[in-house]
Design a binder for this molecule. Structure first.
Ligand code: SAH
Length: 392
């Protein structure tokens, strides 16, 4: 059952009609401007506009991106007189924690945040031995309407700003630094590394490439070296998309070698038109061609995401067709991540039988395609792929 009226009294979006797509987000009050929205030149300009000295931008950036500090009392290099006001202007609180849910003995944590206008977003932190992966949201809701995804079924509420995206990672980094996330500690090597967000995947709520400018700004803040940003490795960042072809090409041209994940879910247009409605705009072959171009430009091996849905897309012939289509575009440029479908409210679909899943994987491997079933975490807390719907 779809939980009705359990959302906070935020304006909620309508459940979209089957197959409909929403590209432009409803206009709502803009979130407050934040230091993390801007590159360093923009931050310095902002300080100058405020009548302050430009180098204060570097100081506050250091507190925010290096020390993860937002408390003006701890920014003793700023003049005491206007420290509080300055920080209130540059680092307004954007996310209010609503609840934190943990599972896997604390190794998987879902954080639900309320934004300034009452819209809700979720992010998920997953601790593995030696690495921490964070799954973040780029929109409140999503306009891509995939029928097996809870977020898609809730419709698009609005785009997030760059800083609202970045803040999810900074909030998690702070959480880690305070040692709150258990699990994965044995044999994980360096504690410092184990306590850092090493990977960020744009696989939470939303289609990030439909919120292009904010998403690319966020990528910069993640990978740019401190004090410009958090200084993560670009290869640790994965952009996941339904296949917005022009945006994939544009991303390839940004010169930031993040990993691209293409949510394919079917190798044939007839089925993909239904499972991933964007396919009515850009067909399977066009999406795969764009993925291949992405590899050519960036040198980054592309991931093909494939949620295995019992008796819908898990047939051996579809594994063969997928293998053939990938090989037709060359060798060594791609790998496939089958994901057992996670249950979502109101959907009649369920995950493939284990034997069928195994066969699907083996067929792909027989075509020479590296294939690894995704370990899905967090389904007990509705925190797994496709389950983020931000109900309270
Ligand atoms: N809009 C982006 C990010 C969405 S979520 C995209 O579509 O790629 C990340 C992945 O989870 C996508 O591959 C998406 O198709 C998949 N997913 C969505 N619902 C799912 C479900 N119920 N079970 C398993 N995977 C799901």
């Amino acid at each position: 059952m779809v939980p009705m009226s359990t959302q906070l009294p935020a304006p909620t979006s309508q459940r979209p009609a089957a197959g409909s797509l929403t590209f432009s987000a409803p206009r709502r009050g803009k979130p407050p401007a934040h230091l993390a929205d801007l590159d360093m030149a923009g931050r310095r300009d902002w300080l100058t506009t405020l009548g302050d000295q430009a180098f204060r931008a570097d100081q506050v950036s250091r507190h925010y991106f290096e020390r993860l500090v937002t408390d003006p009392a701890r920014m003793t290099d700023l003049p005491a007189a206007n420290r509080k006001d300055l920080v209130a202007t540059l680092l307004p609180p954007l996310l209010t924690p609503v609840r934190t849910l943990a599972t896997d003995d604390g190794a998987t944590v879902k954080q639900v945040h309320r934004l300034h206008d009452g819209a809700m977003v979720e992010s998920v932190l997953m601790r593995y031995p030696g690495r921490v992966t964070m799954c973040i949201s780029s929109q409140a809701g999503c306009g891509m309407n995939c029928p097996f995804c809870a977020t898609g079924q809730a419709g698009l509420t609005r785009n997030l700003s760059t800083a609202e995206i970045v803040e999810q990672v900074v909030a998690a980094a702070r959480y880690l630094r305070h040692g709150d996330l258990a699990g994965g500690s044995e044999g994980s090597g360096d504690t410092q590394d184990a306590l850092r967000v090493s990977n960020v995947v744009f696989m939470g709520m939303g289609e990030a490439l439909a919120n292009y400018k904010a998403a690319v700004g966020a990528i910069h803040r993640l990978v740019d070296p401190p004090p410009l940003g958090l200084g993560m490795s670009a290869r640790g960042v994965t952009m996941s998309t339904v296949g917005l072809v022009p945006a994939i090409d544009r991303l390839a041209g940004e010169g930031i070698p993040v990993t691209l994940a293409l949510s394919l879910h079917a190798p044939d247009d007839e089925l993909r038109d239904e499972l991933v409605p964007i396919n009515t705009r850009w067909k399977v072959d066009e999406a795969l061609d764009a993925a291949r171009r992405y590899f050519d430009t960036t040198g980054r091996r592309v991931s093909i995401e494939y949620a295995l849905i019992r008796d819908i897309n898990d047939h051996a012939w579809r594994a063969d067709l997928l293998g053939e289509k990938l090989n037709a575009r060359g060798l060594g440029w791609v790998h496939v991540n089958p994901i057992p479908l996670n249950p979502t409210p109101g959907s009649k679909w369920t995950a493939s039988r284990p034997g069928v899943e195994q066969q699907f994987v083996e067929r792909l491997r027989a075509h020479g395609i590296p294939t690894t079933v995704r370990d899905t975490r967090g389904s007990e807390i509705d925190g797994a792929c496709g389950q983020l719907a931000a109900t309270v």
